[in-house]
Write a protein that binds this ligand. Structure first.
Ligand code: NG6
Ligand code: CA
Length: 501
């Protein structure tokens, strides 16, 4: 009976996941390319006319491009928490954390890398972490524990939080990389270290000015959030971050290839989050200012990654998922002319809102699945969330689907064999929730400003109940809460059930 069930399962699962032998097309390498604050309208494959992203477009042309794929939250930490754990981030009250925050994920929790490890993969994270490190009292001069290696990654080369937060160093397997023991590093988010310059005391040292927040320690002439002292040899050079992370990613891929084991690489790029400091090669290239330039830089790095996979002769046996952790933002705390330079470009595409917003562009992000030999190419309108990846790969790799998670197993949807997807999904923005169900968006009444004046993004907060049809009204302008009573009752019911469940 069990054998029969197994054979039946094998028949319905797509080729790319039939777990037969080592490093074979049945068990593909998986690379998750995850950008930071990239909007659904930032890519030419999603309709941008002003920005041309040929390498990401190629993934879309040869792969499956989703139109209704969501990050779990309109900010970073909660989205990444859900991506790693398969749990709704609001259940954990996850919010944007600082560089010295403790590890948010329990070391015994199920995680996405653990799924791959169970299936015999080598696993790595390279790039932005932003899920905390250590136990709340980090000595940055020792091995920090717990670190990503305690959550199922065999290798980690990360920045702790964001590129605008200290410490501006890479942490390799729990240790600050390139640290000179004679110049120990210390980090504090409450008070400055005596005599250390800040953006407020030494504005003449700045090559990039701050507009809100970002007025504490200065690293590389850039004001940051948080205070840091020492560790100078370990500080990254912002303009080199893309090459640094790509080199680490390539090194891991090469070593995995030599070991003949399949691999899972979480390649968490830092673009286009602030501060936007591209390599000189990309400065001025987009005509849309620094934000456009760093998107072109990220696209180029993805092109180089693809060439590397071909050189290594593993492109045919590698599945790539491309996405972003939350919607786009132009001005996010630096006086970098982002709004003026943006011109008529629409990073939010046809939707309303962006990062921090309850409106659709806060969480409806680009999502592309590429594996020409395994994934059916085209577009998919299925509702899918990044949070679902853990149970999707549990299913796909013939591991037990974890019923305790909020993640749904959507293998056939991910491979383009159907467009079923989820029936509904709860989304989060700054500890507030909304519900997507079918074409509908329901935003419950809440207090708070409608627009954050610093960032000029409509946040979707209103004391009135809001109900929008995202198909007919992509701009969420026509509130149907009064006229579509039946829909409203239905969505409120599901919202309440999800909140209680
Ligand atoms: C905010 C920062 C913003 C960015 C964000 C986190 C200020 C005024 N704003 O607090 O610049 O760092 O946190 O972004 O300091 S995220 O993509 O990691 O969620
Ligand atoms: Ca982000």
């Amino acid at each position: 009976m069990q054998k029969l069930l197994y054979l039946l399962l094998m028949a319905v699962l797509p080729m790319g996941c039939q777990n037969k032998k080592q490093n074979s097309p049945e068990r593909p390498n998986v690379i998750l390319i995850y950008l930071d604050d990239l909007g659904i309208g930032d890519l030419s494959c999603y309709g941008s006319k002003q920005l041309q992203t040929p390498n990401i477009d190629q993934l879309a042309q040869e792969g499956l491009m989703f139109t209704n794929a969501y990050a779990s939250s309109a900010t970073c930490t909660p989205s990444r928490y859900a991506l790693m754990t398969g749990m709704y981030p609001w259940k954990k009250k996850a919010h944007v954390i600082n560089g010295d925050a403790p590890m948010l994920i329990a070391t015994d929790a199920p995680t996405l890398p653990k799924t791959f490890k169970k299936a015999g993969y080598r696993t790595a994270v390279v790039g932005k972490w932003h899920l905390g490190l250590g136990n709340g009292n980090i000595d940055w001069n020792q091995t920090i524990s717990p670190n990503p290696n305690d959550l199922g990654f065999d290798y980690s080369y990360i920045m702790a939080a964001t590129n605008d937060r200290v410490p501006t160093v890479y942490v390799k397997n729990g240790k600050v990389d390139n640290l000179d023991p004679k110049d120990p590093i210390a980090v504090n988010y409450k008070e400055n270290f005596e005599g250390e310059p800040t953006a407020l005391t030494h504005p003449e040292m700045l090559r990039l000015k701050w507009s809100h927040g970002h007025n504490q320690s200065i690293v590389n002439g850039v004001p940051r959030i948080g205070f840091v002292k020492g560790g100078k040899s370990a500080h990254w050079v912002d303009e080199n971050m893309t090459n640094d992370f790509l080199a680490e990613a390539q090194h891991f891929i090469q070593k995995s290839n030599q070991s003949q084991q399949p691999f899972f690489l979480y390649y968490a790029m830092h673009q286009p989050h602030v501060p936007r400091l591209p390599h000189p090669k990309f400065k001025g290239k987009s005509g849309l200012g620094a934000r456009g330039d760093v998107i072109l830089e990220a696209d180029d790095a993805i092109g180089r990654l693809m060439s590397f996979l071909k050189e290594q002769k593993i492109a045919d046996n590698t599945l790539i998922i491309f996405s972003s952790d939350n919607g786009p933002v132009l001005s996010d705390g630096y006086a970098d002319h982002a709004i003026a330079d943006n011109g008529t470009h629409r990073p939010w595409g046809k939707y309303r809102g962006g990062k921090y917003s309850l409106f659709n562009a806060g969480t409806n992000v680009p999502f592309i699945v590429w594996a020409p030999k395994m994934v059916k190419k085209g577009t998919s309108d299925a509702l899918i969330c990044q949070m679902d990846l853990i149970n999707t790969f549990n299913e796909c790799l013939h591991l037990a689907v974890d019923q305790h998670l909020d993640a749904q197993p959507l293998t056939n949807t991910l491979f383009g064999l159907n467009e079923k997807g989820r029936s509904h999904l709860m989304l989060e923005a700054n500890a507030r929730l909304w519900l997507r169900k079918g074409d509908w968006a329901y935003i419950p009444p809440q207090k708070g400003v409608a627009i954050n004046p610093d960032i000029m993004i409509p946040l979707g907060r209103s004391v009135d109940e809001q109900l929008y049809n995202l198909q007919a009204d992509t701009q969420e302008q026509v509130n149907l809460a009064d006229t579509e009573q039946q829909q409203l009752i239905q969505l409120k019911k599901v919202f309440k059930e999800e909140l209680q469940g």
